[in-house]
Ligand binder design. Structure first.
Ligand code: 9WN
Length: 455
């Protein structure tokens, strides 16, 4: 980072200390709550990003974050999207509403949700291993032991996604709920959700609205009814994947989820070498990699210059312009044409070239998309952890300059607005939870990558 011309009051000066402090405050032992009040439990992909940041503080603690999550793995291999903290209340739907005991595959303890989230975990595990290399012999030995422990869990997780969630063998993962994408109310899901007919929904109270200043930043009540109805349908089939495939009203091939799985399979392939896994495992992972890349290539839309989700129920691609469309960048190994097309979209007025952006950071939904709403959650705001994923992908693609611009703009955003969950893209206003763990975690990684000359 260029430190010339910076005043002594520059909030970046103590950013690493503030980020570490936030993670300490949200730390409940072997795991970190996603946010102090709004999200008082362990969330799956939050944990992976949190582990990436924690690795810069303590590689053992970082590995433990993943191990705690994996202790809640279902017998199918699924890593649940929420692991409930029995001490916390005030989040809905709670463990009772999920009722996962209806499934013979759910763990008896701890209690979990019945969904999953994008598989960033193997990427985090490899990152911990890499950071440990510079942290002394003991850290390396501990990291190796953690990988030995995590590897079979991660393999089972990826196997679940490649089979139960892709019975077609398309290379693309099917999600059952917008919450599985992690981009809950993105316009990506509007078409498929409009076709969901809400049945006899047991009454409920939303707690999320008590923790944000303005309800319009969160999904609407109509969206929540549909979210809750999908939970009832899945509970009705005892969270059985084969049954869900027959009756569930929301089945979508999620390209961002699928691209993260490709990148995670690359990481798992390397972890397999570290732990001395069987050749058969490595051949299996290699097969998943091929299939995933082909699946993403099939979903390319040349007009929008983005990769599009596919609605299985409607048998149609989802034509919206969101940050998920950069999925091939996340999956990596782009050919020259696809790279040029994607970067043209990246630089265009649809994304980073939009003239009204406060910082050149990708809005979750393009301001040119009819579904764009600058203050509403995944309909426009920019999300720091997503920007980390894209930065990491750009570094991997050898796009060093674009990556560095993204990192610097992100640090400026966090210096101005703190470790917020998401930001209004035009004004830069911090929104949602203001002490979001994964935001602090990615700040730590960005700062450390700079100090080590990694970016
Ligand atoms: C539902 C915890 C999670 C993130 C998701 C984000 C949001 C939950 C919610 O918060 O989702 O899982 O209640 O809105 O969309 O990506 O993992 O930070």
């Amino acid at each position: 980072m260029d430190t010339t011309n910076r005043s002594t009051a520059d909030p970046r000066d103590d950013m690493a200390a503030r980020a570490a402090d936030l993670l300490r405050r949200n730390d409940l032992g072997g795991w970190t709550k996603a946010a102090p009040a709004l999200y008082p439990h362990q969330w799956s992909w939050d944990s992976a990003f949190i582990a990436i940041g924690l690795a810069r503080l303590d590689t053992r603690r970082a590995a433990r974050e993943l191990q705690t999550l994996c202790a809640a793995q279902w017998a199918t291999g699924k890593l649940p999207h929420i692991v409930f903290n029995p001490e916390a209340s005030g989040y809905f739907p709670d463990a009772a509403r999920w009722g996962c005991a209806v499934s013979p595959h759910a763990p008896q303890a701890p209690e979990t949700s019945g969904l999953c989230q994008p598989p960033v975990h193997a990427i985090a595990a490899r990152h911990i291993w890499e950071v440990a290399q510079g942290a002394g012999e003991e850290a390396v030995a501990d990291a190796r032991a953690s990988l030995q422990d995590l590897y079979p869990r991660l393999l089972a997780w990826h196997r679940y996604l490649a089979t139960a969630r892709d019975p077609e063998g398309s290379g693309l993962v099917t999600i059952y709920h917008p919450w599985e994408s992690g981009t809950d109310n993105s316009p990506r899901w509007d078409g498929a959700m409009a076709a969901v007919v809400v049945g006899d929904l047991p009454p409920y109270t939303r707690f999320d609205l008590q923790h944000v200043a303005d309800a319009s930043q969160r999904p609407t009540n109509e969206e929540y009814d549909r979210y809750l109805w999908l939970v009832e349908v899945l509970k009705g089939v005892r969270y059985d994947d084969a049954e869900a495939y027959k009756v569930h009203p929301f089945l979508v091939k999620d390209v961002l989820f699928s691209a993260i799985l490709v990148a995670a399979n690359e990481a798992l392939f390397e972890i397999a070498a570290v732990v001395g896994a069987l050749d058969d495992d490595r051949a299996l992972i290699d097969g998943w990699l091929d299939r995933g890349r082909r699946g993403l290539a099939d979903r390319w839309d040349p007009d929008l210059g983005l990769c599009l989700d596919y609605d299985v129920r409607a048998a149609a691609p989802v034509r919206v312009q969101t940050v998920a469309g950069f999925a091939p960048l996340v999956a990596g190994h782009l050919d020259a044409d696809r790279r040029a097309d994607l970067l043209a979209t990246w630089d265009s007025a649809a994304f980073l070239g939009h003239p009204r952006l406060r910082w050149p950071l990708p809005p979750s939904t393009s301001p040119e998309d009819p579904g764009f709403r600058p203050r509403s959650y995944w309909r426009g705001p920019t999300w720091p952890f997503m920007n980390w994923l894209l930065w990491w992908s750009l570094v991997g693609a050898g796009e060093g300059e674009r990556a560095e611009r993204l990192r610097r703009a992100s640090l400026d955003q966090l210096a101005s607005g703190g470790f917020a969950e998401y930001f209004e893209p035009f004004t830069g206003e911090p929104l949602g939870s203001l002490e979001q763990s994964w935001t602090a975690a990615v700040a730590l990684d960005w700062l450390a990558a700079d100090a080590n000359g990694e970016s």
